[in-house]
Design a protein around this ligand. Structure first.
Ligand code: DX5
Ligand code: ZN
Length: 225
């Protein structure tokens, strides 16, 4: 069966001095989703942007805004992102005292809910909550910074996550984040991912459309199309 692939540029590598323009440009270049990295200098050793910035970019695009929370605690900030126009909110299970409750909270706010697994975080976190998930995000770098190298072990994890999702019979997106580039995206897709976060690989090039098109052509080749 042909899988639907989605490209999700991470604005972490965009020019923050011209953020609105960058969002508009990358969507015009073919992005499906805007990946919005939220870091708190506590759960991860970096600090980025919050709900006010999400609200500011919301009117600029119809593309879903995929909020990746790298914050601890999680629950207090969830309603603020929902009000700011987030479509998807995902979080790291280690950052929440009550994972099931946080997933329910995100959905109660009208958003899709995702769980993010760090390189050393086991897939077992999915075991009892698959019915409450719209998205599983496999980290292929340790969270905190753009421009890091893809950790190869993520491929095996993606294969396992894909088989759990298939077995559940539910429509859960399988997203991958960290070190995704034109030259490895095909292999990552073959391992089971359908949604690809890419920050530096897109924003550090001058022609976003050409980069996204190159990624799509690798994705088609991975499906033998
Ligand atoms: C890392 C972030 C990523 C980051 C990816 O903690 O979650 O979304 O922007 O950047 P690249 O694609 O450059 O590895
Ligand atoms: Zn991210």
């Amino acid at each position: 069966m042909l899988r639907t692939f989605r490209i999700a540029p991470s604005i972490l590598s965009a020019d923050f001095a011209r953020l609105g323009e960058e969002v508009t440009r990358v969507v015009a270049a073919g992005a499906d989703i805007i990946h919005f990295d939220v870091m708190d200098n506590h759960y991860v050793p970096n600090l980025t942007v919050g709900p006010m910035v999400c609200k500011a970019i919301r009117p600029l695009t119809q593309a879903p805004i995929d909020v990746h929370l790298m914050v601890k605690p999680v629950d207090r900030i969830v309603p603020d992102f929902a009000a700011a126009g987030a479509d998807i909110i995902s979080f790291h299970p280690e950052a929440s005292e009550h994972v099931d409750r946080t997933l329910g909270l995100i959905r109660d706010q009208g958003c899709k809910a995702g769980l993010v697994l760090n390189p050393a975080t086991p897939l077992a976190y999915l075991d009892h909550v698959l019915d409450k998930l719209d998205l599983v995000l496999i980290m292929s770098v340790n969270p905190g910074f753009g421009g890091q190298q893809f950790i190869a072990h993520a491929l095996e994890k993606l294969r396992e996550a894909r088989s759990r999702i298939e077995a559940s019979g539910r429509e859960i997106w399988l997203e991958v984040d960290g070190g995704v580039k034109v030259d490895n995206i095909g292999e990552i897709a073959a391992a089971g991912a359908d949604t690809f976060v890419a920050g530096s690989a897109i924003f550090n090039t001058s022609d976003y459309a050409a980069t996204i098109a190159a990624m799509r052509s690798e994705l088609s080749r991975s499906q033998g199309a």
